[in-house]
Design a protein around this ligand. Structure first.
Ligand SMILES: Nc1nc2c(ncn2[C@@H]2O[C@H](COP(=O)(O)OP(=O)(O)OP(=O)(O)O)[C@@H](O)[C@H]2O)c(=O)[nH]1
Ligand SMILES: [Mg+2]
Length: 544
């Protein structure tokens, strides 16, 4: 009774809930590898006041590394391997940034992380234009109808013509583009950007500190201080191009941005901090607040007072000292409070979320409350899985998590049999993270599992993490299979496929039967010849 009253009091305060939710901006940064996502993330943290000094992706000995590439292997290679969540407050907003890896081998993680975002920032390398992986990720965002903001990066280098880049975005991606600002020159002649709304110019000062958040020189185009050094040629060109954009370019409509029909385009150089403050200001103004979610019970408004959320990512060993495991939750409705009891819908059990954490790459702080839109972390002792729903009302389901079929397979053997326990733990935890798919060969035990991954780089990460995080050396024996298909648990089918030289029968983590096959052609032949139904995903949903 007491609790009920308390609850009522809390839920009555709907205005506060609304204010809190509407102050949140949760977005993912996406693109082809190397366009500068992690660099831009770092600079948004810098200009957002979340860090005092910016690090870089490939730091020298005494330098800081970029915050969101926290994993040792990321720092060694200078690439992002796993997505990072970073939350901070800035100018009354609560900002949740998701920095995703661009490499396609890690795209399962990227796609899952994208489900947690209400908008996306798409980076384009100004010299390369729209690249394949960007195109794929853009498609995913478009399907969800989320607003997409474009940042055309690396204008400090020789770049494609800005008008051509705008055109490329329109033609390749099939979305209207609207230039929010415009570059003045490029490469060695990059002089600054012109903001079309404020009509102010921000000057690019080459060689200025990249790690501090010093604002650029800015002012009206008529200001001699601003004009000085740009040169007549570039000034005339700017005049002409702005006129052209104003006359022949698309018109700006906030509603169309919200619907993902128009992408606002910004130019700059994340590495040089250039155009970052301008982008941040405009983005925070235009980016959407937490959006409603489709569920099996209809559309869920984030302002619904009762709490709900789902797990889109699990990461073990983020903190070398603690060696624990964090489940990342995207809160979809209501308010979360520390110590809250929620229903874990897969098991229908009540769960106490004792220590919710605010995430800042691998740093975490315990928080007392969080709201729809937020990404929070909770400790997981092994109960939680990717896709699990936590809610105050049982029976709620969100859209299914993206599932990628592994296309590369290898048998993993342990080098030292004494490390068996750590090996099994490592494989189990990395599988629960969704970093690998684990299959058991029916004739061999858990000691030599078959691992399936989307791309080869994941094997390298697996080997590295087993060694560094679990102290286990492994041998990776690549297998020639290219596809996996699931089959029904029918003894006749299993026997037939076991005996066939074209397939190897395995069991997945949930004890579903699957077959590994050399290629599509052989799968089709077997299926036609013996009338076997092959499924792209496991058919049975297991609960435990
Ligand atoms: N010249 C120049 N280089 C940049 C700029 N922004 C980023 N870079 C460099 O581009 C490289 C890739 O940058 P990252 O930030 O790691 O790119 P990413 O998109 O996060 O890459 P992945 O996460 O691995 O997909 C690094 O060497 C950066 O220093 C820029 O504005 N100008
Ligand atoms: Mg990165």
């Amino acid at each position: 009774m007491y609790n009920d009253n308390l609850r009522e009091l809390k839920t009555l305060n709907q205005t506060d809930l609304k204010l809190e939710i509407n102050s949140r901006k949760t977005f993912a940064i996406i693109s082809h590898p190397d366009a500068g996502k992690t660099t831009l993330t770092e600079k948004l943290l810098l200009f957002g006041g979340a860090i005092r000094e910016a690090g870089s992706v490939k730091a020298r000995k005494t330098e800081r590394y970029a915050t969101s590439d926290w994993m040792d292997l990321e720092r060694q290679r200078g690439i992002s391997i796993t997505s990072s969540a970073l939350q901070f407050k800035y100018q009354g907003y609560v900002i949740n940034i998701l920095d995703t890896p661009g490499h396609q081998d890690f795209s399962e993680d990227t796609y899952r992380t994208l489900t947690a975002a209400d908008s996306a920032v798409m980076l384009i390398d100004a010299a390369k234009g729209v690249e394949t992986q960007t195109k794929k990720l853009f498609e995913v965002c478009r399907k969800r109808g989320i607003p997409i903001f474009t940042f055309i990066n690396k204008f400090d280098r020789n770049a494609k013509d800005p008008l051509d880049l705008m055109d490329e975005v329109e033609k390749v991606l099939g979305v209207e583009s609207y230039a929010m600002n415009w570059p003045i020159g490029m490469g060695p002649d990059f002089k600054g950007i012109y903001d079309r709304q404020t009509k102010q110019v921000e000057r690019f000062i080459e060689g200025s500190s990249k790690s501090s958040a010093k604002p650029p020189v800015s002012g009206a185009l008529s200001d001699p201080n601003v004009r000085d050094g740009i040169g007549e040629l570039l000034l005339n060109q700017l005049d002409e191009e702005i006129e052209l954009l104003d006359m022949a370019g698309n018109s700006f409509s906030r509603e169309r941005v919200d619907r993902g029909e128009v992408t606002p385009v910004f130019f700059g150089s994340a590495l040089n901090n250039f155009g970052v403050p301008n982008f941040l200001r405009s983005f925070l103004d235009l980016a959407p607040a937490p959006q409603p979610r489709s569920t099996n019970l209809g559309e869920l408004d984030p302002e619904t007072p009762s709490f709900s959320g789902y797990i889109f990512k699990i990461q073990a060993n983020m903190n070398a000292q603690h060696r624990d495991r964090i489940a990342f939750i995207r809160i979809c409705s209501g308010r979360y409070e520390r110590g809250m009891n929620v229903i874990h819908t897969r098991s229908h059990r009540r769960l106490r979320l004792a220590q919710p954490q605010q995430l800042f790459a691998q740093e975490r702080t315990i928080i007392d409350e969080a709201f729809a839109g937020d990404i929070i972390g909770v400790h997981d002792s092994g109960l939680l899985r990717i896709g699990d729903v936590l809610t105050e009302k049982d029976g709620l389901e969100f859209e299914a998590m993206p599932f990628f079929n592994p296309e590369n397979f290898a048998r993993i053997n342990i080098a030292n049999a004494l490390k068996r326990k750590q090996f099994i733990k490592g494989i189990q935890e990395l599988q629960e993270e969704g970093a690998i798919h684990v299959f058991r060969d029916l004739n061999v035990g858990v000691e030599a599992p078959i691992i399936g991954v989307v791309g080869q780089l994941q094997f390298e990460v697996l080997e590295y993490r087993l060694r560094e995080e679990y102290g286990v050396q492994v041998d990776i024996q690549h297998l020639p299979f290219e596809i996996v298909r699931w089959v029904e648990k029918d003894p006749k089918t299993i026997k037939l496929l076991t005996e066939s030289s074209m397939s190897t029968v395995v069991m997945d983590k949930d004890e579903n039967y699957a077959v590994l096959l050399l290629d599509e052609w052989k799968a089709k032949w077997l299926s036609d010849r013996y009338d076997i139904e092959f499924y792209l995903q496991p058919q049975v949903k297991t609960t435990n």
